[in-house]
Ligand binder design. Structure first.
Ligand code: PLP
Length: 287
């Protein structure tokens, strides 16, 4: 684990980054990240000891912090800390970093920051075997971000209890994962992934202004797809698009692209060739 101390305006960035043995108690129980889930995070994939898509993750971290009125993260400090954390992982295994900034200990006004580095636990079989999803109503309409910005739709906050509850509901229904729908019937995102569809020669993902997280993996998939000559597009996607699509994926930073095999129990087409090419491109990403 890497403890990241407040950097101040400039200062010696390296001196603010302190490796700590995982398992050694370091978080103060009065921290608002622990007691209220009041903070933001990023999960960054690590391949061969290098963080992937670091610029995109740091940009989103700053965006989430701004939405929560947290001080802007010191970019150089976090870049430095992320590189140290990534290099601490075995170079021959895939892994991930969880980068966290909380509002800090109540009353201090000083954020707390840390990074947990961990080798990947699974074998990522779902990149080949795919996932069965159920659609669940998220309870928000597609204009939630504009109508109720205090709900922080589109920020990557520490409050993931609802997302985890949705995944448990999926398992109760015999599925692996969830696609959230807006209350007015549009495809939003998965609890920990972006939804991408292939509709003919178009690669389409839900518009982020409906209150979903802008995905870093989705950005990489779009760059890859554009290179293949496919059209890429953000759109309002009615729930029925999930059943009409020529292929559908859940994409995220560590799992990468998992093809969707079933939607609410109905088998849907899988494009294994494109999935494999997509995952090869995602694995090949540099910092
Ligand atoms: N949407 C949500 C709600 C997520 O939690 C995540 C990642 O954890 C994503 C989308 C995918 O984002 P990324 O591709 O940057 O990992």
């Amino acid at each position: 684990m890497i403890d990241v101390l407040p950097a101040g305006a400039a200062g010696d960035v390296a001196a603010t980054v302190r490796p700590v043995e995982a398992g050694v108690p370091t978080l103060d129980v009065r921290d608002l990240g622990a007691s209220r889930g009041d903070g933001v995070f990023e999960t960054i994939g690590v391949i061969g000891g290098h963080p992937q898509a670091l610029d995109a993750h740091l940009a989103r971290l700053a965006g989430s912090a701004a939405l929560l009125d947290l001080p802007a993260p010191h970019e150089e400090q976090w870049r430095h800390a992320v590189r140290i954390a990534a290099a601490s992982l075995p170079a021959d295994r895939q892994g991930g970093l969880k980068v966290v900034i909380t509002r800090g200990i109540e009353g201090t006004g000083t954020p707390t920051g840390w990074i947990v580095a961990a080798p990947a636990s699974g074998d990522f079989a779902e990149r080949e075997t795919g996932v069965r999803v159920v659609t669940l109503d998220r309870g928000y309409s597609s204009d939630v971000a504009r109508r109720a910005p205090w709900l922080l739709a589109g920020a990557k906050t520490l409050s993931y209890a609802v997302n985890m509850a949705a995944q448990r509901e999926a398992r109760r229904r015999g599925a692996d994962d969830v696609v959230f729908l807006s209350s007015d019937g549009y495809v939003m995102e998965a609890p920990t992934a972006t939804v991408i569809l292939r509709l003919g020669d178009r690669i389409v993902t839900p518009r982020t202004d409906i209150g979903v997280l802008p995905g870093t993996s989705q950005l990489s998939v779009f760059a890859f797809a554009a290179g293949l000559g496919l059209r890429t597009e953000e759109a309002l996607l009615p729930a029925a698009a999930l059943l009409k699509a020529d292929a559908c994926w859940l994409v995220s930073s560590v799992r990468l692209a998992a093809p969707v095999t079933h939607v609410d129990g109905t088998a849907v087409p899988v494009d294994l060739e494109l999935t494999r090419a997509m995952n090869a491109a995602l694995l090949a990403r540099e910092e």
